[in-house]
Design a protein around this ligand. Structure first.
Ligand code: NAD
Length: 486
């Protein structure tokens, strides 16, 4: 083990740059020569090893994340461990079904009696790069999909969670066959060196700026990419919302914003509320934050996550210092730079021009923007923050778009990666529904069957018996009208 880059003594052993090309080549050689993953039983064994590795080490993983950014072990269990295990179980239970060849129906007459089917073949060696915010779930979910589909995996977790990344590397490297898995640790130099290698697919989860770097680099070698990026996801409250529903809506929005101290890709990034409901909603939201969820919260409280690093802390703090809105909870003066603690903050009366409304916040700050005219508000959304990763619409009416014209109109107007009506963020954890962005928030969806599809090539195969040439005569030259009429 050799430590390089910015930390000689830190908890994460960076991969020596010189080792990286050999590590990747080793996986490629085994993929070509031995191809252990061509056996579905081998894939299942590897997935089972993963399952027990995670189950047995769940507590240690939670503790590592607590060290990295004060994340409460309960939050890690609820938001990462359980969903990861559920996806593993779902994948193991369904893999035999997914690998089956899919017969093609409605083939031309000339192909009757010739088997025609789609088989989903592995791509080869895939690179998965993940961010710090949900490092276990995001990394595992990619690994599960890629292995289930028969690919070898090169994994690069975030250097910003060094305790986690070190432990994860040790756990997964000993759980999986070394011929199919290689972990690289480090920061920009190590990732750049990785991108100099040839892969069969790259899956990147993280910010849009790096996503662009990765897509450009991948384009040089025609490498397909899945990009899971960020965005500014709105919570939109409709003016049909009744007073009795405000507490529930406030609770769901507060959960969707302040979990993991707002460092969630699909977090509610701002709320659009009808002017007539603004005061009541803000009062209710403040009550939920101060009196229900985070009573007596301070920097030493163990159930609240802190900000990942100093740079992010400073930029969030600056956002608060320059907001034109009114901070109605906690008070940012209670923030603590030493531990990078920022309490949950609601910014009432934010405008579209406010410091909190420029880009994705990715922290525990929730601006409330009121609107008098829904059409104008929607037009601001699509002009300023189009194609968010998620959108959340709240109504006291029907949740079904077919029965609620306003819900249908918003869903149609804002093209988003995911949509929830009357709740927030939980769609990410569904083991068998596509999760992914659109436009600015990325492309290529995954989880369960959708991961399997994304990590395979759909190969159309035709088995054509030689005896059938008699029926194929018309296609051969010399051409004549009488032949083609046959
Ligand atoms: P991060 O800083 O941990 O970076 C993510 C990965 O990119 C890391 O592995 C890092 O080493 C690598 N990286 C950083 N700079 C690089 C460079 N110049 N070249 C190559 N690789 C580089 O995390 P982050 O990007 O700050 O993550 C937060 C963002 O990710 C937010 O915008 C969030 O919305 C988004 N996100 C999206 C999803 C999703 O599923 N769509 C999930 C989580 C986070």
């Amino acid at each position: 083990k050799v430590s390089t880059s910015d930390s000689e003594t830190g908890p994460l052993d960076y991969t020596p740059l010189k080792e990286i090309s050999f590590g990747v080549q080793r996986l490629r050689d085994s993929f070509v020569k031995e191809n252990k993953l061509s056996s579905v039983q081998f894939r299942l064994n590897q997935l089972r090893n993963l399952y027990f590795a995670i189950k047995d080490n769940g507590e240690a993983i939670s503790r590592a994340l607590e060290k990295d950014f004060y994340r409460s072990p309960t939050e890690t269990k609820d938001m990462e461990l359980n969903v990861s295990l559920a996806e593993l179980v779902h994948t193991m239970a369904n893999l035999h079904k997914w690998v089956k060849k899919e017969p093609v129906k409605d083939v031309p007459f000339s192909l009757k009696n010739s088997p025609v089917y789609v088989e989903r073949i592995p791509l080869g060696v895939v690179l998965i790069i993940t961010p710090f915010n949900y490092p276990l779930f995001l990394s595992l979910s990619g690994i599960i999909g890629a292995l289930a589909a028969g690919n070898s995996v090169v994994m690069k977790t975030s250097e910003l969670t060094p305790h986690f990344s070190q432990l994860f590397t040790e756990i997964i490297t000993s759980a999986l066959d070394p011929d199919i898995y290689y972990a690289v640790n480090g920061a920009v130099p190590e990732t750049t060196e990785l991108l100099n290698q040839k892969f069969d697919k790259i899956m990147y989860t993280g910010n849009n700026m790096v996503g662009t770097i990765i897509a450009k680099k991948a384009a040089e070698t025609l490498t397909p990419v899945i990009l899971e990026l960020g965005g500014k996801s709105p919570g939109i409250i409709l003016d049909d919302v009744k007073d009795k529903d405000l507490p529930t809506i406030a609770r769901r929005i507060a959960w969707g914003r302040f979990t993991n101290a707002g460092q969630t890709c699909v977090a509610v990034d701002y709320v659009l509320v009808p002017e007539k409901l603004r005061e009541k909603f803000v009062k209710e939201l403040t009550r939920v934050v101060d009196e229900e969820f985070f009573v007596g919260l301070n920097k030493d409280n163990k159930s609240y996550t802190h900000i990942i690093h100093e740079r992010a802390f400073k930029s969030l703090y600056k956002m608060l210092e320059t907001t034109s809105g009114t901070i109605v909870t906690g008070g940012y003066k209670n923030a603590d730079a030493a531990t990078r603690y920022i309490p949950p903050l609601i910014v009432d009366g934010a405008t579209w021009e406010d410091s909190t409304m420029k880009g994705e916040i990715f922290g525990p700050i929730l601006p409330i923007v009121s609107y008098a005219n829904l059409d104008r508000a929607l037009s601001e959304v699509i002009t300023r923050h189009d194609t968010p990763l998620a959108q959340y619409i709240f109504t006291s009416g029907s949740t079904a778009p077919e029965k609620n014209a306003l819900v249908a109109k918003i869903a149609r107007t804002i093209r988003s990666g995911g949509l929830m009506i009357n709740d927030t963020i939980l769609h990410v954890g569904l083991a068998n529904a596509p999760f992914g962005g659109i436009g600015e928030s990325g492309y290529g969806a995954y989880h369960g069957w959708f991961s399997f599809r994304n990590f395979t090539h759909e190969r159309t195969t035709i088995e054509q018996p030689l005896w059938k040439d008699i029926t194929l005569k018309s296609r051969y030259p010399p051409y004549s009208d009488s032949k083609s009429n046959l």
